[in-house]
Design a protein around this ligand. Structure first.
Ligand SMILES: [Zn+2]
Length: 192
């Protein structure tokens, strides 16, 4: 192991995630012998908490999620929503979680409701396009409700009546329809 310690390419968090998924004990041993590789493991742990998903490969999505969220925020809302619907690159759990957390932060910490509305609208659309086969139907339902819960909290801090309220309400209906179709494919949207 001396050789591996002194001469190896340090692991990145994604490498640790892959090694864990594959059960690659040789690579995982690096996190025991090399402080720099151990930092990658720590970062992956932090991302796992942030991602709120048990799969280390999903936690690794947090890194790219920041860049994807910046891209969405650089666009007008309608354009960003369309991009989410049409580009599978954005159908990511990590991105969805980051967007929900950013929405809550904007509303509750920064008191920036315009930004919070934009973020939470994006998060509702994001949670509606996640692939249940990839992330698990139960987890997709869970993150959908996290987005809805964030939306309700943000609406509660607003004075209401904005055009964005209408967009958010439409997203609510959309996500309810999706969740309903996931779990009872033969029924229509839930009655209210
Ligand atoms: Zn190393």
């Amino acid at each position: 192991m001396e050789g591996a310690r002194s001469m190896h390419v340090h692991l990145k968090p994604i490498d640790v995630a892959i090694a864990r998924t594959e059960g690659n004990s040789q690579r995982l041993r690096l996190v025991e012998v090399c402080p720099q590789c151990r930092r990658a493991l720590q970062t992956l742990h932090d991302w796992t908490l942030l991602a709120d998903h048990p799969d280390p490969m999903v936690a690794a999505e947090i890194e790219m999620g920041h860049r994807r969220l910046d891209r969405l925020l650089s666009l007008p809302l309608e354009q960003a929503l369309r991009l989410i619907r049409t580009d599978e690159e954005f159908h990511r759990w990590g991105l969805t979680r980051l967007t929900i957390l950013a929405a809550l932060h904007a509303a509750l910490h920064d008191k920036d409701l315009d930004r919070a509305f934009k973020l939470v609208t994006l998060s509702l659309q994001l949670s509606a396009v996640l692939d249940p086969d990839l992330y698990g139907a139960g987890d997709c339902l869970r993150i959908g409700f996290q987005a809805i819960e964030a939306c309700v909290r943000i609406l509660a801090t607003s004075r209401g009546g904005s055009e964005l309220d209408r967009v958010i309400e439409a997203s609510f209906l959309q996500i309810y329809t999706l969740l309903d179709s996931l779990f009872s494919p033969r029924t229509g949207p839930p009655s209210r």
